[in-house]
Write a protein that binds this ligand. Structure first.
Ligand code: AMP
Ligand code: MG
Length: 328
């Protein structure tokens, strides 16, 4: 058998028909997000003061619609809900969302749109989907990176990850036990990817969040210095970072939260973490603890994120521990 036959597989060999439909919806929703981004959408503010756009709502609605058809009994735990488009104040945003969502779900009504968006308020039971329709909305608005991120969580572990990455022009798929696969958007041929084998921190290519409000920039800098990492960190929004590490194009991700009481949202890491693990890497929190999916929509028992290949992960954890001891 020639090498290409082993290295490249059609998505139809990796997933059954229902999961193929879900993956296709992530791929098409990512293309929809890209076309909305080109029209410079307005930023609305949610109650927690984070931004919301017509793309967040349209993508959540179309993916929720396909999930409902393919897996009607499985709850959806998603970042958005219908509150921004309910009532008179939300009429214009609702109209724009409908226009875009109808490109994938024809004849969608206003009432159906609200119902689909509110499907995202499901509970974290023993089986659920978790969706961030636009992970990195700030990057999306700035012209930076963003990702449509969907994971299936089963018995408190992500077992399927699908990430549509318009700025990297790829869709990434991971399945526990079957590896991590990547294909160009709009295609069905996927190639297996693996993390890098860089084994010294000095040579590590590190990624960190672009948004300085999300991370402790000074402590991140101190960790890099203590680790002897020579190259400056590359700044990237969203789980584009996780995807880049899973594909072996960077080696290390350290996320030290800006506020000690900030708890990461599960949809910001579930898919990306599985993609890295299945590509041969490792993801924990800053204390080396596995991500604990028992605590609902937020990781209440974890602090920050560390993701790397298996050589670098223990090395950077040691450095983080030493820096913690020094600042204690
Ligand atoms: P990133 O671009 O890696 O910082 O990740 C984007 C994600 O950061 C968004 O999806 C938000 O859920 C999350 N986020 C929003 N506000 C904060 C915050 N204050 N600290 C940490 N993460 C945040
Ligand atoms: Mg997000």
């Amino acid at each position: 058998m020639d090498f290409q036959m082993i290295a490249i597989r059609s998505v139809h060999d990796l997933l059954d028909a229902s999961l193929c439909a879900v993956l296709e919806s992530v791929d098409r929703a990512a293309a929809l997000a890209r076309s909305i981004q080109r029209r410079a959408p307005r930023a609305h503010k949610k109650e927690d003061r984070t931004p919301l756009t017509v793309a967040d709502l349209a993508v959540q609605a179309v993916v929720a619609s396909v999930l409902e058809r393919a897996f009607p009994d499985t709850p959806l735990v998603a970042e958005e809900n219908a509150s921004a488009i309910e009532g008179d104040g939300g009429r214009v945003l609702a109209q724009h969302t409908l226009e875009f969502a109808r490109t994938m779900v024809p004849a969608l009504t206003h009432r159906e749109l609200i119902r689909l968006l509110n499907r995202g308020t499901g509970s974290c039971t023993d089986q659920f989907w978790t969706l961030d329709p636009i992970d990195g909305t700030e990057g999306f608005l700035r012209g930076g990176h963003y990702v449509v991120s969907l994971a299936f969580v089963e018995n408190y572990e992500p077992t399927i990850a699908m990430l549509g990455c318009p700025t990297l022009d790829l869709v990434m798929l991971a399945r526990s036990g079957s590896g991590t696969w990547s294909g160009a958007m709009g295609t069905t041929d996927f190639e297996r990817v693996t993390v890098s084998d860089v084994s010294t921190l000095r040579d590590a290519r590190m990624l960190r969040s672009f948004a300085e409000a999300h991370i402790d920039v000074d402590r991140t800098r101190r960790v890099m210095q203590a680790a002897g990492i020579e190259r400056p960190a590359v700044l990237m929004d969203s789980q584009a970072k996780h995807v880049t590490i899973a594909a072996g194009r960077a080696d290390l991700l350290v996320r030290i939260p800006a506020r000690a009481d900030y708890r990461e949202r599960i949809w910001d890491h579930a898919a990306g973490a599985l993609a890295i693990e299945e590509a041969g890497g490792h993801v924990t929190d800053l204390d080396g603890r596995p991500l604990d999916f028992h605590t609902g929509r937020r990781f209440e028992r974890n602090r920050g994120i560390v993701a790397a290949n298996r050589h670098l992960h223990p090395l950077i954890l040691d450095v983080i521990r030493a820096c913690d001891r020094r600042s204690a």
